[in-house]
Design a protein around this ligand. Structure first.
Ligand SMILES: [Zn+2]
Length: 215
């Protein structure tokens, strides 16, 4: 095993675990996270770090492209996580967290070179067909506005698409209707370390501080 893992583990035991022993004993009894985060597998996006949260606070599911598949009963990992979070843990907040420089969104525009034809990407290609509508809308938007960063538009559309897809889950709609759940869409700028939040009113992403001052 690489030394880096052991060093990290030792540091965790000596520092974080030692300083949070009470928290870990409480967590051993059960979890009551306040927020579910559906985010990208990308190694640069770390929801716990961005939100400075402790273990037990965030229920996180990750996949390539922070995709929410349409509601249907399949063997889906993402659907299972959402179902458990909303129906069993009764989590009051659900956030779709996308990000800048998302490889999944960029992949939609990538044309394979001859060398790349050999690389197996059968699952990735098939999985990402779920977010084609985000690309199609981005192309239209880029053609008709001054905004030229088509990747960023696609990333943000993809977050909106995931929010829309969540509305195909009957139990989510019910929880929203009775005020037991809130849905949010966030876009994380990796270089700046900043979050933008989807504003349902203006239908734009705005800095998170701006959003809260309007609520
Ligand atoms: Zn990504």
């Amino acid at each position: 095993m690489k030394a880096i893992y052991l060093k990290g583990y030792r540091d965790f035991r000596r520092k974080y675990f030692r300083n949070h022993k009470k928290l870990f004993s409480e967590l051993a009894e059960g979890q009551k996270p306040h927020t579910m985060v559906i985010t990208c597998s990308d190694s640069r996006v770390n929801a716990s770090l961005i939100l400075n949260s402790k273990p037990g606070e965030l229920f996180i599911t990750r996949n390539i492209g922070n995709v929410v598949p349409p509601y249907e009963v399949t063997k889906g990992a993402t659907q299972s996580a959402i179902e458990y979070a909303v129906n069993v843990l009764k989590i009051p907040n659900l956030v779709v967290l996308g990000h800048s420089s998302c490889g999944a969104c960029a992949h939609l525009y990538h044309e394979k070179s001859d060398d790349e034809e050999e690389i197996e990407l059968n699952h990735v290609d098939k999985w990402l067909t779920l977010i084609y509508p985000a690309k199609h809308e981005a192309i239209l938007e880029a053609l008709n506005t001054d905004e030229k960063n088509i990747f960023e538009i696609t990333e943000k559309n993809n977050i909106k698409l995931s929010l829309q897809r969540l509305m195909t889950y009957p139990y989510i709609v019910r929880a929203l209707e009775v005020g037991k759940l809130e849905l949010h869409g966030w876009w994380y700028n990796i270089k700046e370390g900043k979050l933008e939040v989807y504003d349902y009113k203006s239908k734009n992403f705005v800095p998170i501080s701006h959003y809260h001052s309007h609520k």
